[in-house]
Design a protein around this ligand. Structure first.
Ligand SMILES: [Fe+2]
Length: 277
């Protein structure tokens, strides 16, 4: 892709341009965190078509957080910690869901708890054990991957996944994710198109992506109070080339993609631009 054609004027808004740069860097493969499916939906879409198709709620300045939905009757606490819900002897079409968890300023949230539960391929929930239930935590760059199967249908509902997402120390978001082009999307009263995943064939089954935006206040320019203090050599306005290293907050980072530093692009806040050495 040509990142230039999709990049807004950087002078318009440092927030928009930060997001654009982050996604452009991901699309260029600069910091794809996962081997095959780590790039977010937008990056994949850019790469394939050259035009953005935002079917999932995009993290953008002023955007509303990801909508909540009812929990339903089948949630169980104490699910096992695992990123794959696949088990021997469980039939179904493989589904790999990837994405990121952002706060209100589009900064990734690491260590966010994500607890998934879903029906099996026949539309049944395991209410005695923990089949197709599992929790995990987002990586340092806010990314997550869930390996599972496409859930089956059950009476009264369209096809969906359940998930609870919680940033550390913050309230729990309970919601559901949906599949495009499902006939029952038109008749399910709970269905919300803002919760549609981007889904395509791939990986021996289906590949889905969805980025969550949690109602977590973030300082877009100054960093969280919990961030390490600035004291290194990183500086706004400095142009860094790929491979350059800087010190920031007592740590050393390597530049993954050439850019000119702007407020909010501090190395811990821009995992697509800076890698901890
Ligand atoms: Fe359900």
């Amino acid at each position: 892709m040509d990142s230039q054609t999709n990049s807004p004027d950087p002078s318009r808004s440092p927030l928009v341009s930060r997001k654009t740069v982050l996604r452009a860097a991901l699309a260029a493969g600069a910091a794809v965190p996962l081997a095959m499916t780590g790039a977010p939906a937008l990056a994949r879409t850019f790469a394939e078509t050259g035009t953005p198709v935002e079917v999932t709620p995009a993290c953008d300045d002023g955007d509303d957080p990801t909508p909540s939905q009812i929990e339903g009757p089948y949630f169980k606490p104490n699910s096992p910690q695992r990123t794959s819900l696949l088990e021997a002897g469980t039939p179904g079409t493989r589904l790999t869901l990837t994405g990121y968890v952002f706060g209100l300023a589009c900064r990734p949230i690491s260590g966010a708890l994500m607890d998934f539960w879903q029906a099996d391929t026949n539309g049944a929930y395991d209410n005695t054990g923990f089949r197709f239930r599992g929790h995990q935590y987002t990586a340092s760059n806010g990314s997550f991957t869930l390996t599972t199967i496409v859930p089956g249908l059950y009476p009264g509902r369209t096809r969906h996944l359940h998930v609870k997402v919680q940033a550390p120390g913050r309230p729990v978001l309970t919601t559901q994710l949906y599949f495009p082009n499902e006939p029952r999307n038109n008749t399910d009263s709970i269905y919300d198109p803002r919760l549609l995943m981007a889904v395509r064939d791939g990986g021996g089954g289906r590949e889905a992506s969805f980025d969550f935006v949690l109602d977590v206040p973030q300082d877009p320019g100054g960093g969280d109070p919990s961030d390490p203090p600035t004291g290194g050599t990183w500086a706004v306005g400095t142009t860094y080339g790929t491979g350059a290293t800087v010190a920031y907050g007592g740590r050393t980072y390597r530049c993954l993609q050439g850019h000119t530093a702007q407020p909010g692009w501090e190395p811990p806040n821009a995992p697509a631009l800076w890698q901890l050495v």
